[in-house]
Design a protein around this ligand. Structure first.
Ligand code: NIG
Ligand code: FE
Length: 385
């Protein structure tokens, strides 16, 4: 085999990157360690495995009819009143068994892996009762043991007040605190708690005590914030949430608050493209000094596409983000949004999760707006594609 002349190398040890640099510099160390050499003959650009910090891929059914109705001019409320919206997915998810739900989630996780996403956050939130939220989180746990990507689960039982709950929003949240949180801890079903702070869902004041208890019990907090109206991001900053996600409605005030905090701002272009709404002010957030991650929000309602690279490149076009800012948003800043410090970079000691694109120039990747897929994906030091 002819030896490449001007190439880079990654030296792996087990699941991690041991060393990275020009091939010729690594060759001796690799030989001394008795390493197995995999020489790639064609040119490739190597990037860290992508990290999707916000998805709802555990669901059953389709909301194609909602999508069509929205594009015919029906409002979200009209659609909900005629049996669509989140409640439609709740109904379909509730009538699906844990096993079938896990199979659906695993197949979506596998699709993500083929597109280069090696770590995936998955939320509950279509169960909306203690028992049904537990079923979802147990299904996600099963996916975590089956899927080749790493799965990180989040409890989003505070997604909206379920139509069949006998009581008000505070009573529902108290029910979750008393009857759901202890089981989450006992069965180690998730390490993160999310809530949808919005007019039709929960107010910041309703969520504050719920979040305080979650935090006290050791959960990381993350918020569906400022999607249509503000209030969520201020609570995220106040309670030092790891991330505040959506932010389409954030104004200069919220941008400043986020920029001065350690809370990662997560833009969800999939929801903008899915609903035909404005994008989160990603450029302004970065200019003010916020840390910006980009996630797919893959869900059956507002963000059915779920292609992280396509969505990140589209956000880059509309918000004028450099390639570095886009790639940072789906790699190491996404890792930070999940509180993970062992991935998202090609550097010694980091997990050997990486993707190879069959191009000479890294700029080709975003230029193709997601149409160019990785030719190879490595997860924890092993090729999985
Ligand atoms: O992130 N905004 C709230 N929740 C989801 C949408 C859920 C749905 O419509 O099924 C989101 O966009
Ligand atoms: Fe979401």
């Amino acid at each position: 085999m002819t030896e490449p002349l001007h190439t880079a190398g990654i030296l792996l040890q087990g699941k991690k990157i041991y060393k990275i640099g020009p091939y010729n510099d690594l060759k001796e160390t690799a030989s001394a360690l008795g390493a197995v050499f995999t020489i790639l003959e064609q040119p490739f650009v190597c990037l860290p495995g992508f990290i999707d910090a916000h998805t709802h891929i555990c669901f059953a059914g389709s909301r194609a009819s909602d999508y069509a109705l929205r594009n015919e001019g029906k409002s979200y409320l009209e659609i909900a009143a005629s049996g669509g919206g989140i409640w439609d997915t709740v109904t379909q998810t509730r009538s699906t068994s844990l096993e079938d739900l896990a199979a659906l989630t695993t197949s979506r996780a596998e699709r993500h892996l083929r597109e280069g996403v090696t770590t995936i956050e998955v939320k509950s939130g279509y169960g909306l009762s203690v028992a049904e939220e537990l079923k979802m989180l147990r299904a996600i746990k099963r996916t975590a043991s089956e899927a080749r990507a790493d799965i990180l689960s989040t409890c989003l039982a505070a997604h909206t007040l379920p139509k069949d709950f006998r009581g008000n929003r505070q009573e529902y949240l108290r029910d979750l605190q008393e009857n759901l949180f202890p089981v989450l801890l006992q069965e180690q079903l998730c390490s993160r708690v999310d809530a949808f702070i919005e007019k039709e869902a929960f107010s910041a004041d309703e969520i504050r005590p719920y979040f305080r208890q979650a935090k006290q019990q050791g959960f990381d907090l993350t918020v569906h914030a400022d999607q249509f109206s503000t209030g969520g991001s201020a609570l995220a900053v106040e309670l030092e949430a790891v991330s505040a996600d959506h932010l389409e409605a954030s104004t200069d005030k919220e941008i400043k608050l986020l920029a001065a905090s350690n809370t990662v701002a997560v833009a969800l272009p999939g929801a903008s493209v899915g609903l035909g709404c404005a994008f989160a002010p990603a450029r302004k957030l970065l200019d003010q000094g916020a840390s910006l991650a980009i996630a797919s929000d893959w869900n059956p309602g507002s963000a059915p596409m779920g292609d992280l690279l396509t969505l990140a490149s589209v956000l880059g076009v509309f918000e004028k983000l450099s390639a570095a800012e886009v790639f940072a948003g789906i790699t190491f800043r996404a890792a930070r949004a999940l509180g993970l410090h062992d991935r998202g970079k090609l550097a010694p000691g980091f997990l050997a999760d990486f993707v190879l694109f069959p191009v000479y120039d890294y700029r080709e990747i975003l230029y193709h707006q997601g149409k160019l897929k990785p030719a190879a994906v490595w997860k924890r030091g092993r090729p999985v594609l």
